[in-house]
Design a protein around this ligand. Structure first.
Ligand SMILES: Nc1ncnc2c1ncn2[C@@H]1O[C@H](COP(=O)(O)OP(=O)(O)OP(=O)(O)O)[C@@H](O)[C@H]1O
Length: 562
C-alpha cells in the first residue's frame, strides 16, 4: 500500500494509490500552484516533480502515460498502473499551458511539450548556451598527436586528436578502454608546445585522487607548469555546499586544460556551474562511461551529448572500445547488456568460464558454496596482511573479491549479504567480527572530511600492538585511530551505486528480485563491469532479463535540442 496524502482527491488520489506520485510530489505541486488549479494540471506538476526526483530534468507530457510506479515503490500497487485514467493528451497540454504556474516567472516552465521546474530549465538552457558558444570557437590545428607507448589503437589516436583540435571534447568508454592513458597523451601532446596548466576533476574525491595518481605518474617532464586535482566542487572553488563558487563566468578557471573524469556521475547543476566557469581559451575534456548509472541528482549531460553529438563540434565525441583490462567473457557480457540483447547476454554467461550463474531466490545466502569460499578466502588474506601490519597488502587483498548488491536492505540487499558474509567468515576465522574493531575489518567511509572522502575504503590493521585504521588513499595508506571512523559502514558488501568507478578481481553481483524498480540495464552493466577476472551472478534469470530490457529513462531537452 502506498502512502497517500490525506488532501489528495479524485484523480490525484488514484495516482497516489497506484504509486505514481508520492505525498512529497503532491504537496510540492500543491504548494507551488494556485488553490483552484485544474486537477489535470496539478497531476502534471506532481508527475514533473516525481520525475525530477528520479533524475529526469523534465517531464515530456506526451510520454507521461508510459511512466511506471515509483522507484520507491516497495510493494505491489493497490491500483495497477494500467487501470489509470490519463487525461486526454491534447486537452492536458492545453490545461498545463494555460496554468498560471507556467507563466513567466512561475515555478514551472512548459516548452515544446516538456514540463520543467523553472530552476532546472534555467540550468539546462545555461548548459545548452555554453555548449553552443563553445561550438563556435575556432579549431586548433597546430598540435601534433604524440604516439602512445602501447599497442596501436585508432580510437585512442582519434580521441587525442579530437581533444587537441576542439575546445570541448568528449571521450567515452567502459573500464579499461584507455581513457586515462588517452588523457595522459593529451596533456603530454599539449605540453610539447609549452608547459600547460591543467586541472583534473572528478565528481568524487576518490575518483579525483585515482585520476591524479594515474595521470601524474605518466606525464613527461616539463609537460605541465601546474597540475591541480580535486573534486569538481573543489576545482570550482566551492568550499561548502550551497556557497558561491570562486570560479564563474566573471572569473574563469585559470587553466589551459580542464579534464573531468567520471562525467556520467556529474549532475546538470554541476555541469552548468562548470561550463559557466570554463573560459573560451580553456580546453575542456569530458571523460566517462555514459552506459553506467547516472548521477544521483537530476541530469545526464554526458549521455545527452552522446545521444545528440551536434551539441558539440563535428568529430569531437570519440568512443574507446577496446577493453584491455577485463577478461574477454566479462567484456562480451557488458557489450550484450549495453545492446539490450538479453538472449546474447545469457548465452555469454552460459558459455563463459570466468562467469558463473547462481540461482538465488532470497533464501540461504550462506548456503552458496562459492560465496563461502570467496568471502572466506578474501578475509583470510586481509586478516593475514592486517595482522602483520601491512596496510597496503591488506587493502589490496580487499580488492580480490567484492559483493555488490542492488538493494541496501533485505535478503537481496547489502545488509543481508554483509551479515551472511560475516557469519560465514566468523565460523572459519577465530575472533573475526567479535569486537567493535578487529584486525582485518573492512570499512566503507561515508563522510567527507579534510582527511578522507565519502566512498573511501579502509581496513583495521595491527601496528605495534594497537589497532589502527588504514585508509586507501593511493600507494601510501593514511593511518588514523579507528575511533575517527565511527560512522563507517561494514564493507562485507556494498551497493552497486557506491562501487561506481572501482574495479575488483572477482565480483559477486546480487541482482534485485524480479519486479524491483531498481532493475535497470545501467545497474547491471555497472555491476558486471566492476569485475576484472571473475564474475558470479546471484539472482533469477527473470530478474536479469527484466533489467537488461529496461534502460533508464532520463528525459531532458538537451538530448533533443539542436
Ligand atoms: N594502446 C594501448 N596499448 C596497450 N595497453 C594499453 C593501451 N591503452 C591502455 N592500455 C592499458 O590498459 C589498461 C587500462 O587503461 P586505462 O587505465 O587508461 O583505462 P581507463 O579507461 O582509464 O580505465 P578505468 O575507466 O577503469 O580507469 C592500463 O593498464 C593501460 O596501461
Amino acid at each position: 500500500m502506498h502512502e497517500v496524502p490525506i488532501a489528495a482527491e479524485g484523480k490525484l488520489r488514484t495516482f497516489a494509490e497506484a504509486g505514481m506520485i508520492s505525498p512529497a510530489d503532491f504537496h510540492l505541486a500543491r504548494r507551488m500552484t494556485a488553490r483552484d488549479e485544474h486537477e489535470d494540471a496539478l497531476l502534471a506538476f506532481a508527475l514533473a516533480t516525481r520525475e525530477l526526483r528520479h533524475g529526469s530534468v523534465c517531464l515530456p507530457l506526451a510520454e507521461a502515460p508510459l511512466l511506471k510506479a515509483g522507484l520507491d515503490a516497495e510493494e505491489g500497487a493497490e491500483q495497477p498502473e494500467s487501470a489509470l485514467e490519463w487525461p486526454d493528451p491534447a486537452s492536458w497540454h492545453d490545461v498545463v499551458a494555460a496554468s498560471a504556474a507556467v507563466a513567466d516567472g512561475g515555478p514551472f516552465t512548459f516548452v515544446d511539450g516538456r514540463l520543467y521546474l523553472t530552476r532546472f530549465h534555467r540550468q539546462e538552457r545555461a548548459v545548452a548556451r555554453a555548449l553552443a558558444r563553445r561550438r563556435e570557437l575556432p579549431l586548433d590545428e597546430g598540435f601534433t598527436v604524440l604516439p602512445g607507448g602501447g599497442d596501436p589503437d585508432e580510437q585512442q589516436d582519434r580521441a587525442v586528436a579530437a581533444a587537441l583540435r576542439h575546445r570541448t571534447s568528449v571521450i567515452t568508454g567502459g573500464p579499461g578502454t584507455g581513457k586515462t592513458t588517452t588523457v595522459v597523451r593529451i596533456i603530454n601532446s599539449l605540453g610539447r608546445r609549452r608547459p600547460v596548466s591543467a586541472a583534473l576533476a572528478a565528481p568524487t574525491g576518490k575518483a579525483a585522487r585515482q585520476l591524479d595518481e594515474a595521470v601524474g605518474a605518466h606525464l613527461e617532464p616539463g609537460a605541465v607548469s601546474e597540475l591541480h586535482s580535486g573534486t569538481l566542487h573543489r576545482i570550482l572553488g566551492k568550499r561548502v555546499r550551497g556557497t558561491d563558487a570562486t570560479y564563474h563566468a566573471g572569473n574563469p578557471l585559470p587553466y589551459d586544460v580542464v579534464v573531468v573524469d567520471e562525467t556520467s556521475m556529474v549532475s546538470l547543476e554541476h555541469m552548468a556551474s562548470l561550463l559557466e566557469a570554463v573560459g573560451p581559451d580553456t580546453r575542456l575534456v569530458l571523460v566517462g562511461d555514459p552506459h553506467q548509472l547516472r548521477s544521483v541528482e537530476a541530469g545526464a549531460v554526458l549521455a545527452d551529448i552522446v545521444a545528440n553529438p551536434s551539441l558539440l563540434q563535428l568529430g569531437s565525441v570519440v568512443e574507446l572500445r577496446t577493453n584491455r583490462r577485463s577478461q574477454p567473457d566479462i567484456t562480451a557480457l557488458a557489450d550484450a547488456i549495453d545492446a539490450g540483447d538479453t538472449k546474447g547476454a545469457l548465452e555469454v554467461i552460459d558459455g563463459a568460464t570466468a562467469i558463473t550463474w547462481h540461482d538465488f531466490d532470497g533464501h540461504s545466502i550462506a548456503g552458496q558454496p562459492l560465496f563461502r569460499s570467496d568471502v572466506v578466502g578474501t578475509a583470510r588474506a586481509v586478516v593475514t596482511a592486517a595482522g602483520a601490519g601491512d596496510a597496503r597488502a591488506a587493502l589490496d587483498a580487499m580488492n580480490r573479491h567484492r559483493v555488490l548488491c542492488a538493494h541496501r536492505v533485505g535478503h537481496y540487499g547489502v545488509q543481508g549479504w554483509a551479515r551472511a558474509a560475516r557469519d560465514v567468515i566468523a565460523a572459519e576465522l577465530p575472533e573475526y567480527g567479535m569486537a567493535r574493531h578487529y584486525v582485518g575489518q573492512p570499512l566503507l567511509l561515508t563522510q567527507n572530511t579534510e582527511t578522507f572522502s565519502n566512498g573511501d575504503v579502509a581496513v583495521i590493521v595491527a601496528r605495534d600492538g594497537e589497532l589502527v585504521a588504514a585508509i586507501d588513499q593511493g600507494r601510501e595508506p593514511t593511518l588514523v585511530p579507528p575511533v575517527l571512523l565511527d560512522d563507517a559502514s561494514d564493507l562485507h558488501a556494498m551497493t552497486i551505486h557506491k562501487a561506481q568507478g572501482g574495479q575488483y578481481d572477482t565480483v559477486s553481483v546480487v541482482l534485485p528480485p524480479p519486479g524491483s524498480p531498481l532493475a535497470t540495464r545501467e545497474l547491471v552493466y555497472t555491476a558486471v563491469t566492476r569485475a576484472r577476472t571473475g564474475l558470479r551472478i546471484y539472482g533469477s534469470r527473470e530478474a536479469f532479463a527484466e533489467a537488461v530490457a529496461t534502460p533508464v529513462r532520463r528525459a531532458s531537452g538537451l538530448a533533443v535540442s539542436s
